[in-house]
Design a protein around this ligand. Structure first.
Ligand code: SF4
Length: 349
């Protein structure tokens, strides 16, 4: 299908053939609780005849979202526990999140901030709150990196982004500005000269962390948008979520990581899904995740290897949870090669 505007409500999803008319009552119940938006680029990628389409699974609401399990929580990674002023999350010493906006061009059904983003979410920071957020960054010389996230910071106009970047450029101890975004994939046309100029105007080193979960998302248009960013001197890294029914098989994961590298996006993080409300149908066990990630070693180039991580619930930060290749063994070590063979290190001869 070829929508020209984002699909934002159950009636539009039915009209587009993405939701069966008999499902509309349950989908309306989901949409009352969690934001819905599917950009034209993502709607065009969905095969409405495939009930297991991995793009649809990420964006089309599902009645399963109405089921909340006991371990799920509204703030799964504990942003609020580390928010000294509105819009700032200061979890690690040398970096902060700056959440200027809580709007996204698409709303992912597994979103870890689904209680904060969308029309009923935390909105855009007021000018006064922005002043306080910048004052906090300026007052903390240990802050080396500012990560713009939210929400998706690249939904802001180039004018608003320029304002933010000019304010950061005045803070000498901030050296790196990172943008967490889905825009190059879901609205590649937004990545134009004006937006790129805004990202670069601070004179700081700019990184763009691209969120994508399935190799089909790396369309020709998305790859061209990434090329415009990389050609301008911006460094790109990836982040993906390991999701049941989207990318939880070795071939899809390998293709996704290769697609990133082909696009000059260095694979960075593969997140274990967070305990966000109504997302249990996306979660696999950590054992399943580790077994999948183990298949990547040796199968695809070292350039393509992501780091598998878990955000510890409660705001305790990230932990690397990938498969171990080494274990201590009576004064020496046993090391596993990529085929599963075991070797003693150092070798006895
Ligand atoms: S783009 Fe990020 S913040 Fe927005 S809905 Fe998706 S996961 Fe959540």
């Amino acid at each position: 299908m070829n929508a020209i505007r984002p699909l934002r409500n159950p009636a539009e999803l039915v009209e587009a053939g993405l939701v069966a008319p008999e499902q509309i009552a349950s989908i309306e119940a989901v949409a009352e609780r969690y934001a819905v938006a599917i950009s034209p680029a993502m709607a065009a990628l969905i095969d409405p005849n495939d009930p297991s389409d991995p793009i649809a699974r990420q964006f089309v609401p599902d009645a399963a979202e109405l089921t909340t399990t006991p371990e799920e929580r509204e703030d799964p990674i504990g942003d609020l526990a580390h928010s000294p002023v509105e819009g700032i999350v200061h979890r690690y010493p040398d970096r902060v999140l700056l959440k200027a906006v809580h709007v996204c061009p698409v709303y992912c059904r597994f979103c870890f901030r689904r209680e904060m983003v969308g029309p009923q979410g935390l909105g855009t920071l007021s000018p006064e709150a922005m002043d306080k957020a910048f004052a906090y960054i300026a007052d903390h010389p240990e802050i080396w990196e500012v990560i713009l996230t939210g929400g998706d910071p690249l939904v802001l106009s180039p004018r608003r982004l320029t304002e933010i970047m000019q304010r950061l450029s005045a803070i000498g101890h901030v050296k790196i500005v990172r943008f967490h975004t889905r825009v190059p994939v879901v609205e590649p046309e937004r990545i134009d000269e004006a937006l790129i100029a805004a990202l670069k105007c601070s004179g700081k080193t700019a990184y763009v962390a691209l969120h994508a979960n399935h190799p089909r998302e790396l369309t020709l248009e998305a790859r061209a948008a990434c090329a415009r960013l990389v050609d301008s001197g911006i460094v790109m890294i990836s982040q993906s979520v390991l999701l049941k029914g989207v990318n939880d098989d070795p071939d899809t994961l390998a293709d996704l990581m290769r697609a990133f590298v082909e696009t000059r996006v260095k694979p960075y993080y593969l997140h274990h899904p967070d305990l966000a409300p109504g997302t249990s149908h996306f979660r696999l066990s950590i054992e399943e995740g580790r077994a999948l990630v183990a298949t990547l070693r040796g199968r695809i180039s070292g350039l393509c290897q992501p780091t598998y991580i878990l955000d510890i619930p409660g705001g305790h930060g990230k932990a690397v949870i990938g498969p171990d290749a080494i274990r201590e063994n009576g004064g020496c070590h046993t090391v596993m090669d990529f085929r599963g063979g075991e070797h003693v290190y150092p070798p006895s001869e």
